[in-house]
Design a protein around this ligand. Structure first.
Ligand SMILES: CC(C)(COP(=O)(O)OP(=O)(O)OC[C@H]1O[C@@H](n2cnc3c(N)ncnc32)[C@H](O)[C@@H]1OP(=O)(O)O)[C@@H](O)C(=O)NCCC(=O)NCCS
Length: 168
């Protein structure tokens, strides 16, 4: 578990299914991510179990974000390339909790947790150009824009330009 000033970052657990359903059943929250839009709690439980199975056994690489005992989002920093130690950082916060700095607080803590463990880690992240809040989070935690990939994000029928960020 990681602790920040206001948040606890804990492992995935089905006890958070109802809270995470609020997150994953809201199209506004998932539309710029690859998380499917959910309509039942069972879909949510399946994704939580999938996340538990994919969690790195050697260190925590994905977290549920807890505020006052409620799961308000999820975030992670996943090793995508072990040889070159490249990690991908991501986050999602339930709509009712946007604008309070929670994504930045969680993302910053997780990024530094990875960098403490793997000082040479390359942290990458991306946000679509039409998601200024996510772009602001990545800038706020100190990542630098590397390039823009035209139509780099594809979800169903829409394609959006993607801004890539890195710590190097
Ligand atoms: C993007 C997201 C994680 C931001 O969460 P959050 O907790 O509200 O983020 P924070 O409060 O830490 O920071 C948001 C920043 O964006 C800024 N921001 C918000 N809306 C903005 C806008 N329309 N234009 C410019 N900046 C904006 C805020 O001012 C804030 O920056 P500041 O602290 O310097 O003022 C949240 O909106 C979310 O979960 N969205 C859906 C999932 C998603 O898009 N995930 C990222 C996929 S790349």
């Amino acid at each position: 578990m990681l602790k920040t000033e206001r948040l606890e970052l804990v492992g995935f657990d089905v006890q958070y299914a109802n809270d995470l359903f609020e997150l994953w059943s809201d199209f506004e929250t998932v539309k710029y991510t690859y998380t499917p839009l959910m309509t039942t709690i069972d879909e949510c439980i399946n994704l939580i179990e999938h996340q538990i199975n994919r969690t790195d056994k050697n260190f925590m690489d994905r977290f549920v974000i807890i505020l006052n005992q409620k799961a308000i989002g999820m975030a992670g920093c996943i090793c995508m390339d072990k040889e070159n130690m490249i990690f991908g950082l991501y986050y999602q916060i339930s709509g009712a909790y946007w604008g309070y700095g929670y994504a930045s607080e969680a993302a910053n803590a997780i990024m530094h947790y990875v960098l403490n463990k793997f000082p040479d880690a390359i942290i990458k992240a991306e946000a679509v150009t039409v998601n200024p809040a996510s772009v602001a989070v990545l800038r706020k935690i100190g990542l630098k824009q590397t390039h823009i990939e035209e139509k780099g994000f594809k979800r169903n029928s829409f394609e959006l330009d993607l801004i890539h960020f890195s710590n190097t």
